[in-house]
Design a protein. Sequence first.
Length: 257
Amino acid sequence: MATAPQSSRLVRRVVLGAAALALGASSLTGCQQIAEAFNSIQGEAPGTASTATPVPQPVSTMATMDFDSLFSYDGSVSLTTDVASDLEVVLDVWAADPKRTREWTPNNEKVFGFAINAYDRRVDDKAVLTQKRRVYISSISITSQTAQTSGMVQQPFQFAADPRTLVPPDTLRSDRGLLLNSYQGGLLVPETTIFMLPADTYGITLQFSFGIYVEGTANDDASFAQQTIYQYLPIAIYNDQGTLNIVSNEPTTAPQG
């Protein structure tokens, strides 16, 4: 299945994030170094699996959407969280290599990119920073759970980091973390890799968790409050023939924990 074209909104965010990387080229040149840094601090080495435990099998809820995964169906997805009235944090994720998600199989490397940005809808996007309610990201972690025909579950992809270590040092930041709604763009990780999965895997769900500080009133340092955002990303995993190992019409269950 060919990857659907990226929306203009997603492209604009990615371009903004790329501009942020370019501004810090003296300290961190090119996307490859960021990708290497990101992959080097994953919790487990490529191909390493956690202890397997039997659980009920998550299955697809729509016959036209494998593993109930909009990401696998379109090749990209935007996940929005309202953190205050008219204030959004948006997680964009896209398939990088292979771009055709039907080529995401247990045995190959599956590369995706993601960006996190914040938008204050009370003001124009081009408004100066003092007019916007600022949002800082202080931490990010990603965990995973496989869906397998055997009924087993493993956690082959794990990651945790301070977002300030993933971007050039001249990006806007404070003791609260990395500023998401600056003119430089927010957090951009252009490439990171899911390595080998068990052979009977037909889906993997990533759980993104990030801590943020949200400004209650624009340009008011005393109005910040802390929150934690959770977003789930189901991803279909295909066999070498480009089909799932299992397809059903029962509802998918969300990962626990």
